[in-house]
Write a protein of this length. Sequence first.
Length: 412
Amino acid sequence: MRAVGPEATADLLDVFAALAAIGRDPAGGWTRLAWTDEDRAARAWFLAQADARGLPAERDHNGNLWAWWGDRAAGDALVVGSHLDTVPCGGAYDGALGVASGLAAVSALAGRGVTPRRPVAVAAFADEEGGRFGLATFGSRLLTGALDAGQVLGRVDAAGVGVAEAVRADGLDPGRLGPDPARLEGIGQVLELHVEQGRALAGIPAPLGVATGIWPHGRWRLVAEGRADHAGTTRLADRHDPTLVLARAIEAAREEAARHGGVATIGRVELHPNATNAIPGRVTAWLDARAPRQADLDALVDAWCDEVQAAAGRHGVTLMVQAESASPAVTFDAGLRGHLVQVLGRLGLPAPELPTAAGHDAGALAAAVPAGMLFVRNPTGASHTPAEGADDGDCGLGLAALAEAIEELACT
């Protein structure tokens, strides 16, 4: 029997629409980068929603938000939620659907007179996307200690603003960023609902799915330095053009990903001096690479590095490649996976289990606490783009599954 009715789905859609009104980008899609006005507006939305639903809310020293149902001091909390930030010109559902669903699910249960036997927290983790400073799952990794704040405070965004300056302007103390063992000890399980970032469920077809794990993945920064010169008067034989290394890096990323069964993308590039009639003197680019196994990922990146190093040698260009982040493979908790499969079965739904190559806060927390994920079908499979989406009916089913899981895991 479903734990929620049509009124709860209507609440979810209203809540989601209010959040989707924040951060609409004139260039298309949604842009809510961490520690910006749009991000602050989304966080204010979260706090207002929590207050309206009688859920005491707080912000921790890493910028994560928590709205509590039940006695937080009792410990062993069930945490549900996701994140509010986006990539530049991203989709409406990534992260936001999970936060809105958590709020709506708790409200639906409370409205039925259900009481929690252990605390439930709806969380909105800070800067999951890393769209501003290149530090994905920032808040959740700081919480667990997987991210060393001392090594990232000097990072700067495209405007030259550093992490320390940005968080200080947002009301946080940069010196306090880091592990939060007391909070972590109070968490018993983490359950994140998220729109699927791929086409697996659409192809089955099934409205919901259960995550088995996350592929290992990472980001690498490439800096190729040649010699800036005139685009018209410099002979081809006299050029030291780093964009030729970039061209080979882009091509080799695709080739090595196909060879090693993974995916690899260069989606961000900076040229200097970035003038139409000038040969660039420096190129900076970022590689995002993922694969089913760590050995596959290592082989992919090693082969790619060999290819770009050879290209740099051919064109008289110096090269530096540096790892900026690394996320190991994640296997989600077998008990939570089994529970979610049973919940979907009781709702009369298929329960496909599938891995994902996308990183998530639940994955960042999985090394410290039992964690699981529930995916909602994305008809187009597109993500990190305005084309990302989910049907209202599927969102309602996701809400029903999440509410039933919360009731069974945390309530009387």
